[in-house]
Design a binder for this molecule. Sequence first.
Ligand SMILES: Cc1cc2nc3c(=O)[nH]c(=O)nc-3n(C[C@H](O)[C@H](O)[C@H](O)COP(=O)(O)O)c2cc1C
Length: 312
Amino acid sequence: MAAVESGEPWRLAPHQLLDAFSDINICAPMVRYSKLPFRALVARYETHITTTPMILAEEFSRSHHARDADFTTNSEERGTFSLVPDQNRSEAKGKMDAVQVRGALVCQLAASRAKPFADASQLVSPFVDGVDLNCGCPQPWAYSEQIGSYLLRQPETVRDMIRAVKSRLGDGYCVSVKIRVDSDLSNTDTLVRNALHAGASLITIHGRTRTQASASHPVNLESVRFAVEAAQSCGLQTARGTANGDAWIVADGGAGGRVPTVVNGDIWTLDDAVNARVQTGARGAMSARGLLANPVSVPLTSGSFFWKLQYT
Ligand SMILES: Cc1cc2nc3c(=O)[nH]c(=O)nc-3n(C[C@H](O)[C@H](O)[C@H](O)COP(=O)(O)O)c2cc1C
């Protein structure tokens, strides 16, 4: 248990965090908002994984001006959390108390082709713990550029993009995909299966279709559950064997090594996060507008915000 004895927090990729620990909270990608200061803020209050705003891969890989404008980070922005591992593995059973774990940072990229996606991923990879492919942006300009929600019905393109990053950065590198559900769920099924067979490390599912606005359509947790079950039925175990250092003890924890899924949509409080996880079977919960409205909203419900105010 060298990492624990040395006092260094464990450093795990996003899919490993989701595999090893229940109740992982995630800050959604938000154009204009989920930049460094906001990410650093929510990371102080039990948001374990944070995500950059969507960055255009083509421009990012071509221009250092775009890189300077679109992405900043520092060594302080990730939080350190005290988490109790799920203990399914026999080595861990009954042995594990809470461990100190470093939060993770994900860079979300928008791309329509494999090469720019791989190029941008490679450039940003030294500074983040994983990259995410945007398959949900519903804006007309994005759709006509064949990025974002356009990809919801392009499973082969998504597959090729994931494969390109995996072959560039290695099988263990975290490549996630953030999707919306489709009005025809067979398209969601095909997309999820293609992504997973290409090696996707985790899938985030926003429970609205590309024509449903957040303001007027409540999230459809049933369709998220459908996507979660499609992912689980693939039986793929990308989390297994990819944990580093002492973290191998908790890898293949509660998720059984299965590729984890994350539910997104209308999560405003800790209770909403718990409810969404229970209703859909997803391992993690992602919030956008909830965190924007109140960056401490998740821990506020659990009382830990007050704990932190008193003791830090
Ligand atoms: C201001 C704002 C910016 C957003 N930018 C992005 C983005 O860059 N990439 C993305 O995948 N989704 C983006 N979204 C969608 C959110 O990540 C999320 O999927 C959606 O808001 C539903 O979650 P919520 O109900 O918790 O708000 C954005 C949402 C908001 C409100």
